[in-house]
Design a protein around this ligand. Structure first.
Ligand code: GRF
Length: 181
């Protein structure tokens, strides 16, 4: 299964997919940020990449002919047109959805005094962070946790969980949302 990853930032999630996916074929990176470290990671790994503005992301994704699109810190909202063209698109969001859609989740968790936090992998729909949930994993929040601590813990579980889920989609253990186009 050909997987194209979309990322805008550091790319540690992209790196975890590159390092740990055994069945999915990560065939390209598409980024809207020429300065992203994700781009450097693609270069280091010899993975084909495209750098483009957000309004060209559908065209650039299409160019790599993916069976599955994996969002890994892609910091723009995809259009309805994109989602209809690539219904098999997954995202990872650092909260226990439906709680805390959008940005600033760690601050919001701490302000609310939540005792549990975690991450969610979901199919992407036009509405932000709203598609059907594929997997979630949680951990306890301690009273002296900070934003940095929560982020580190969340990224640790994300980087273990996301490659496993992407591999399960690649093997068919988790069915595609929509048949191959
Ligand atoms: C991850 O925590 C993910 O949940 C969110 O964006 C972050 C990406 O981090 N969607 P990185 O750029 O992969 O380090």
């Amino acid at each position: 299964m050909k997987v194209v990853v979309l990322a805008s930032g550091n790319g540690s999630t992209f790196q975890a997919l590159l390092d740990n996916c055994e069945h999915a074929n990560i065939c390209a990176l598409v980024t809207n940020n020429v300065n992203s470290y994700a781009l450097q990671r693609a270069k280091n790994a010899g993975i084909p990449y495209s750098v483009c503005k957000h309004d060209q992301v559908q065209l650039n994704t299409w160019y790599h002919q993916p069976d599955l699109v994996v969002l890994a810190g892609y910091m723009r909202i995809l259009t309805g047109t994109f989602v209809r063209r690539f219904p098999n698109t997954v995202n990872i969001h650092p909260s226990l959805l439906p709680k805390y859609k959008g940005l600033g989740t760690y601050d919001r968790v701490l302000s609310a005094g939540d005792t549990v936090h975690g991450t969610t992998i979901h199919w992407v729909v036009e509405d932000l962070d709203a598609g059907p949930i594929i997997a979630q994993e949680s951990f306890p929040v301690w009273s002296n946790d900070t934003v940095e601590i929560l982020m580190d813990k969340t990224k640790d579980i994300e980087q273990e969980l996301y490659p496993k889920v992407v591999d399960k989609i690649a093997t068919g253990e988790i069915p595609l949302r929509s048949p191959y186009l």
